[in-house]
Design a binder for this molecule. Structure first.
Ligand SMILES: [Zn+2]
Ligand SMILES: [Zn+2]
Length: 536
């Protein structure tokens, strides 16, 4: 059999692995590529997926970086079943429709901008609400621990990954020429001791393991320390009569934050007159889905719910569904906590809250999740002094907190603990879903501690897997990886800078307003160049 890495290879987004056996061609996960323009262009290029020839998908969990290209696949000819757990099926409905809506809004915005510059308005959404709706009838749900056979010679079992509601580890048993090879896809592995989720299930055997490595190079702070930090952000902004802004993914992180606020309120660390706004229609819907699946939640939460205590409810919780309600939050100058999406601040209502609060000394911005490279969230965490939001430079004067103890991902030690459960001596480990530096770090530890061979696949790399954990590379990754030639871009920039230098004399005859506009543009260019410098 062959496996091709179509995403989450040396990066965290776009998870998708296409597997070809002698009887079927199918894929595990179908994630959207998110981050820089070059990475996002991969969403457009459907040729490597060849959707019409994919027999079925197996989806580990509903996060968009694992499921977000399903509507694109349906639009381009995919017609097979999509296997997932029951909660994943429900979450897919709301997440894919939301994603389609974002695509439509972005394309419409781009066309408006093109129209104003007199250019052709030819931006089309990556996929539409209709495409997302077309996916739903294909979804077939399966329970944890149940073995099912989606094609001859292939058996699948989902195990609880402890990451988000319904998230699964996928065990694949593939029979070819009389021998069975076992592949395990970790999906995203949860952090043990999450408030709402159970612990990730141990798996004992595999010939080939495809393991996530998001936090391959670091550990999280402890749960109590994270709660204390959240309490100190609340104390700081309450004292300054400002807001605490929490960008959070709608699924899981939002509910984990609500649960944490519930605990803080119980301990008297959340002032009773400080309202909490849940400003995300998607997060509101997701919270309802959590309530539907008690048996998927961890033991302690189930006991609380049985005793009539709902950890996702707060007496001062206000849900804002409409845009008008969302706008009203920033019209009042009362101290408040605002939880809004997206979690990496690259889309959605959170951008408005950052525009209103990022520049306010006394306000707090609390990051509770992973911030991918190229996103505004990552720039703020990395210490940017200014951030461009809606074509405006906003100074970062609020206090920034990065609390990774709320993460839904296992930290480095926790990944190694999960790996320790495997008893197979000749297992091949592939590290996926991580930035390369984190993966190299984790690979070294795995080789040292367990003596297992580790491969870090590249985007579009293809590998033949043979029974007995033997493998052989099919395509040189160098051929597959699109190399970006940066030199002409730099040469072009230098010429343009020289042109600007030649015009400096003329600028002084322009109006004050025009000169101020030029100063702004130069400052922005300088900020961009600073950002490039910091990449090395
Ligand atoms: Zn995830
Ligand atoms: Zn993920």
């Amino acid at each position: 059999m062959k496996i091709k890495f179509l995403g989450a290879a040396r990066t965290v987004t776009g998870s998708c692995y296409v597997i070809e056996t002698d009887q079927a061609r199918f894929a595990v996960d179908c994630g959207m590529h998110q981050g820089s323009d070059a990475i996002e262009r991969r969403n457009l290029d459907v040729a490597p997926y060849d959707p019409a020839r994919i027999d079925f998908f197996i989806i580990t969990h509903a996060h968009i970086d694992h499921s977000g290209l399903l509507p694109r696949m349906a639009q381009q000819g995919f017609r097979g079943p999509i296997y997932a757990t029951e909660p994943t099926g429900d979450l897919l409905k709301i997440l894919l429709l939301d994603s389609a809506h974002i695509q439509e809004v972005e394309a419409a915005g781009k066309n408006k901008r093109l129209q104003r510059t007199g250019m052709k308005t030819d931006a089309v959404p990556l996929y539409t609400t209709k495409d997302a709706e077309a996916v739903m009838p294909f979804v077939k749900t399966r329970k944890y621990d149940e073995i099912f056979s989606p094609a001859p010679g292939i058996q699948v079992r989902f195990q609880d990954a402890g990451h988000i509601l319904g998230a699964a580890i996928v065990e694949l048993f593939i029979e070819e020429n009389g021998s069975t090879t076992k592949l395990v896809f970790s999906g995203d592995i949860g952090r043990p001791h999450q408030l709402l989720m159970k612990e990730p299930s141990p798996v004992r055997e595999a010939d080939f393991l495809f393991m996530e490595s998001t936090y391959g190079n670091r550990n999280h702070k402890g749960e109590q320390e994270s709660l204390d930090e959240l309490a100190s952000a609340i104390r700081y902004s309450y004292r300054n009569r400002e807001k605490v802004i929490i960008p959070a993914f709608a699924v899981e992180r939002t509910q984990e934050v609500l649960y944490s606020l519930h605990l803080l309120l119980r301990d008297g660390k959340l002032p009773k007159d400080m309202p909490v706004y849940l400003d995300s229609p998607l997060a509101i819907k997701a919270t309802e889905i959590f309530r539907r699946y008690h048996s998927y939640l961890d033991g302690e939460t189930q006991t609380l719910l049985k005793n009539g205590e709902d950890p996702l409810r707060l007496p001062n919780l206000k849900m804002s569904t409409t845009t008008a309600e969302s706008i009203r939050i920033n019209e009042t100058r009362e101290p408040a906590i605002v939880i809004s999406a997206s979690g990496m601040a690259n889309a959605g209502r959170i951008k408005h809250h950052l525009r209103h609060n990022l520049w306010r000394p006394g306000a707090s911005i609390v990051f509770v999740g992973f911030q991918a490279e190229g996103t505004p969230g990552r720039r703020i965490v990395d210490g940017a002094k200014k951030i461009r939001i809606f074509n405006e430079d906003i100074a970062v004067q609020a206090k920034v907190f990065t609390i990774n103890g709320f993460s839904a991902h296992a930290g480095q030690d926790q990944l190694l603990d999960w790996l320790k459960n495997f008893q197979s001596k000749a297992m091949q480990v592939f590290l996926v879903h991580g930035e390369f530096s984190a993966q190299e770090h984790l690979a070294t530890l795995i080789r040292e501690k367990f003596g297992l061979p580790v491969t870090i696949p590249e985007y579009l790399e293809e590998i033949r897997l043979k029974p007995g954990a033997q493998m052989e590379e099919i395509k040189q990754p160098k051929i597959a990886v699109p190399q970006v030639n940066l030199s002409p871009l730099l040469a072009d920039l230098k010429t343009k800078l020289d042109d600007v230098g030649g015009k400096m004399g003329k600028f002084q005859y322009l109006s004050a307003a025009q000169q101020a506009a030029i100063a702004d543009l130069l400052r922005q260019a300088a900020l961009n160049i600073d950002e490039i410098k910091n990449k090395s």
